[in-house]
Design a protein around this ligand. Sequence first.
Ligand SMILES: Cc1cc2nc3c(=O)[nH]c(=O)nc-3n(C[C@H](O)[C@H](O)[C@H](O)COP(=O)(O)OP(=O)(O)OC[C@H]3O[C@@H](n4cnc5c(N)ncnc54)[C@H](O)[C@@H]3O)c2cc1C
Length: 563
Amino acid sequence: MTTAEDPRTDRSGPAPGLPPHATNYGAVNGGSNGARGGLKAAGLPYALPGQRTISGSRHPEATVDAGHGGGSGSGNSEERPLDLAGIGIGPANLSLAALAHGVPGLRTAYYEQGAGFHWHPGMLIEGATLQVPFLADLVTLADPASDWSFLNFLKAQERLFPFYFAERFHIERAEYDAYCRWVCEGLAAAGQETAGTEREGAGPGLHFGHRVDAVRWHPELRLFEVDFTKLDADGSAPPGRSYARNLVLGVGSAPYVPEPLRALAASAGAGAPVIHSADYLEHRERLLAAGHVTVVGSGQSGAEVFLDLLRRRPAGREGLHWLTRSAAFAPLEYSKLGLEHFTPDYTRYFHGLPEPVRDGLVPRQWQLHKAVDHETLAAIHDELYHRTLGGGWPDAVITPGVAVRTAGRVGATRVELHLEQEQQNVRTRLATDAVVLATGYRERPLDGVLASLQPWLVRDEAERVCVDEQYRLVMDPSVKGTVYVQNAERHTHGVGAPDLGLTAHRSAVILNSLTGEERYRLPRRTAFTTFGLRAEGSFATGAPGVAEQADRQHEGFRPLRMS
Ligand SMILES: Cc1cc2nc3c(=O)[nH]c(=O)nc-3n(C[C@H](O)[C@H](O)[C@H](O)COP(=O)(O)OP(=O)(O)OC[C@H]3O[C@@H](n4cnc5c(N)ncnc54)[C@H](O)[C@@H]3O)c2cc1C
């Protein structure tokens, strides 16, 4: 077992700040943690997708086995395959690991290329908060009684009362990161408890410093082979392999740089700092030392970086530009009914729409997920206003509707941005000493890791993978295992795909699908809005669609025929 920076070796008692049960796996199984009635201590009391007795011969390429071959300690053999192998440990797969912990006998392992759990470390700006309430932790919206809830984290840290009096619905981002690391450590400790016992392997198996390079479907074994590289601190990189009946991809998103700025970003090592906002904190001191800084992009990250720089630079000598090609520095849609776009009901509705309709909707919904929250916009205005109190005007330029056409370095220390304002039909140049590209993120492409599954993957008109209601990749039926995806399904499930508020629910849907049982009871209705005029059928739980319920509630209701 490898885990976050603090691998635990002492199994003699509870570790400080860990849930009390973390050293007592049996108590977890029998506890309140989502595991529902009549669960057996060992062995799965149900069939998992693709499950069968493995009696085939050993695959000739399988050089890593039983957790020790190749020196990796994190692989497993085809004789004892995992029920589920996860790729990536961000909030999505960590949520799944936390909720799966209540399922007895489920053999899982998750592989993360990073050395430990770190949630967007470059953007843990002091005071920056989550944009969702703390209830959108890893488990609560699927199982409020889970041991891995944010409130239980506070309890373990003896901070419940201060939190209660703080009356904070939106916790600091750094606190969410600390909470997730607490869950990692707790799950790791619980897994270690099973080492050497008959339940060995029943822990979630969180393996950090493991990059998954490829997965393959092995038709004879009816298992997935998962090839990974163990990225050791000493620079060695031993390969490893695991066998699993099912996979879950939680590889998240990666920083995105638009084409006109790519060459500039690629030359970042030389001269004037040009960084993506994802690396902001690492470079903040360099940015503060620069005479003039330009922030490009008007999403939440751009706003937070601009505000942080503004607050830290001397009044009257701010030397800041904030540019965006968007028409305005627009506020995030945060009305209560607007937020119902982040419910399972809307997800179900969206999934039922034809592909061209879905593709047309997502860009039109930008204000649901790409804009800036009201508090940050207000804080920026407050800070600027404050700087006028003594007379004068801050040296900060904020201009929407400006596109960066191209950019390049000028000499050793400057960057030149070629700008265009379409409405005025004006082009100009801006010389600056540093650039922060707050140009967003894109879903990490799955093609690399899934390359060998290509022949079996069903694709849509735009050549994207098809994802069904239960977050399964649609594949040729000859592949008996299932590949689930988390946060790679915006094109099929809508703007809520990366949202933390839907994470626990999606994990529960996946676990219900994986076990073929209702391990987690999910709500039948989640929004006051009834999306659409036609029922979109069941969604994952077998529960009636919301429109079906609306039909029942309003007997006279007749779906309209659209001509
Ligand atoms: C700065 C920032 C703030 C955000 N704040 C909010 C918010 O307040 N509320 C909200 O709802 N959403 C927020 N989001 C959006 C979303 O919640 C996050 O992006 C979240 O981290 C998504 O979780 P994830 O697990 O899907 O992906 P990630 O957190 O990106 O994790 C994926 C992990 O997979 C690993 N990985 C990738 N490929 C491999 C491989 N081949 N082998 C092994 N490991 C691999 C990566 O190293 C990474 O650690 C925010 C996003 C950003 C960037």
